[in-house]
Design a protein around this ligand. Structure first.
Ligand code: PBG
Length: 324
């Protein structure tokens, strides 16, 4: 085996997987205002920013060849409510940001998150009953309005991350009825109830609202694998175009099973907690950043991912451009 590993030329010739900027999606946090860049303490190198600053980041993404951004809004607390009405306000933050991004950078893919947690006063992804239980079918109606609102603002891809049952079918019907026939649906099909989302909830400011609450009644149990295949199969039948496994590094087996068994466009989310772990070890001088990050990303490709959402997307694209 070592003959082929001996020289760079033969290592290159037998390399099975390659990472490129084409594989990357960059998640970004946006808030109201102008000239605002607020670093997220638990995610060094990541900031919440206002639209004007986000446009600069988008320009960099385009110049590095990163195909798409995934947009996450930070909503002012006075706009949060029990009914999450702000989620489908056509003059809201997300539709305005989508509109500006698409006008300035028509070639850059814009993905919006469809879920109610940035908009609910309790931080859950859906509407709740008096006992706090997240209601399924009532939530679908709001998600459908939210997805349509994003599509009408120009979003290329709507990405339901709420884990309600039947949401892909409901959103697809809503989009079709309004002639939004080109909007892709990226379904967060296998989204686990993970403790690795902590820093994200700090970033979007839903951690405080959620308090001691959890998402166990709708996100998946980390102990399950067959259930993920069933979730993806349902989303295929309901009309999704792309399928997400989330989180990433602890769930590579799920990525592999989805790709091998269902053969669909498969995406993986290297979530905030994974990013925070890498950053913390790097900050302590315990890990070498570029090598470890690129190794983690090519690992996703090896597991079968067609694309990777990562807070390292711009760094990775830059390192690859510089010949890493
Ligand atoms: C919620 C949502 C979450 C993330 C993306 N969308 C967190 C959650 O379910 O509480 C997490 C992403 C990350 O941790 O990087 N709709």
């Amino acid at each position: 085996m070592r003959r082929m590993r001996r020289d760079d030329f033969s290592r290159r010739l037998m390399r099975e997987h390659r990472l490129s900027a084409d594989d990357l999606i960059y998640p970004v946090f946006v808030l109201e205002g102008e000239g605002i860049v607020q670093p997220v303490p638990s995610m060094p190198g990541v900031s919440r920013m206002s639209l004007d600053k986000l446009l600069e980041v988008a320009e960099e993404a385009v110049s590095l060849g990163v195909p798409a951004l995934a947009l996450f809004p930070v909503i002012d607390s006075e706009r949060k409510s029990l009914g999450a009405e702000e989620a489908y306000n056509p003059d809201g933050l997300v539709p305005r940001v989508v509109n500006s991004l698409k006008q300035r950078f028509p070639e850059l893919g814009v993905i919006t998150d469809v879920a109610l947690d940035p908009y609910t006063s309790h931080g859950q992804d859906g509407l709740i009953d008096a006992s706090g239980y997240v209601l399924n079918d009532e939530t679908l109606e709001v998600l459908a309005r939210q997805a349509l609102c994003h599509a009408q603002a120009g979003a290329d891809v709507v990405a339901p991350s709420d884990m309600m049952d039947g949401r892909v079918a409901r959103i697809r019907a809503e989009l079709d009825a309004a002639q939004q026939i080109h909007t892709r649906i990226l379904a967060y099909s296998a989204k686990y109830a993970s403790a690795f989302y902590g820093p994200f909830r700090d970033a979007v400011g839903s951690a405080g609202n959620l308090g001691k609450g959890n998402k166990y009644t709708y996100q998946m149990d980390p102990a399950n694998s067959d259930e993920a295949i069933r979730e993806v199969a349902l989303d295929i039948s309901e009309g999704a175009d792309m399928f997400m496994v989330k989180p990433g590094m602890p769930y590579l087996d799920i990525v592999r099973r989805v790709k091998s068994e269902l053969k669909v466009p498969t995406y993986v989310y290297q979530v905030s907690g994974e990013y925070a772990m890498l950053k913390a070890a790097v900050a302590n001088g315990w890990l070498s950043e570029q090598a470890c990050v690129l190794e983690s990303l090519v690992g996703f490709k090896r597991a079968g991912a067609d694309g990777i959402l990562t807070y390292y997307a711009l760094d990775a694209a830059r390192w690859l451009k510089d010949g890493a």
